[in-house]
Design a protein around this ligand. Structure first.
Ligand code: HEM
Length: 143
């Protein structure tokens, strides 16, 4: 590997780590993940700091919500519906079309932090998830 031919997989480690996160049962399964995603986009619609990242998304969020629910089910250790339908998450690649820097990743985290406070009752789990989300949000930064 050298600067002209960098290993495209060298940065995959954080995602691999979070993909083995066994929190699906602890969080309360699919029903709670659906609530989490609903709240996440609720906050994305109303928080001033999220206005910029909201414009990156479609006006109608129903498709996006469904995909994020499927992803989080798998990410938290539940059934692998997301990857059977959409292939490897490749989150960094899938976010390359959107300019994501510190401001955008902090805004995303702000929505997720608010949503978790509303929905995830277990404080330890909330803290662990916050760490994993933060790692991933930093990992997909591209500017
Ligand atoms: C850091 C700031 C982030 C921004 C600005 C951002 C923005 C976006 C946008 C605009 C989309 C496309 C939505 C659509 O097609 O309607 C998307 C898709 C997605 N995002 Fe993010 N995102 C961020 C972080 C994250 C993080 C941390 C995760 C996971 C923990 C995540 C998971 C996903 C997933 C699973 C999709 C769907 C991918 C697919 O098409 O299969 N995103 N994101």
């Amino acid at each position: 590997m050298n600067a002209d031919n960098p290993n495209p997989y060298a940065t995959l480690k954080p995602v691999t780590q979070v993909m083995t996160n066994p929190h699906f049962e602890t969080i309360g399964g699919e029903a709670v993940i659906i609530q989490l995603v609903e709240k996440f986009y609720f906050y994305m619609n109303i928080l001033p700091e999220a206005a910029g990242i909201r414009t990156m998304h479609a006006a109608d969020l129903s498709h996006t919500k469904k995909i994020l629910v499927q992803f989080l089910i798998e990410w938290l250790g539940g059934p692998k519906i997301y990857s059977s339908e959409r292939g490897h998450p490749s989150l960094r690649k899938r976010h390359m079309h959107f300019p994501i820097g510190e401001v955008e990743s902090n805004a995303w985290m702000s929505c997720m932090r608010h949503a978790m406070e509303d929905v995830v009752s277990n404080a330890i789990l909330r803290q662990q998830l916050e760490q994993s989300f933060t790692k991933t949000a930093n990992f997909i930064r591209n500017k």
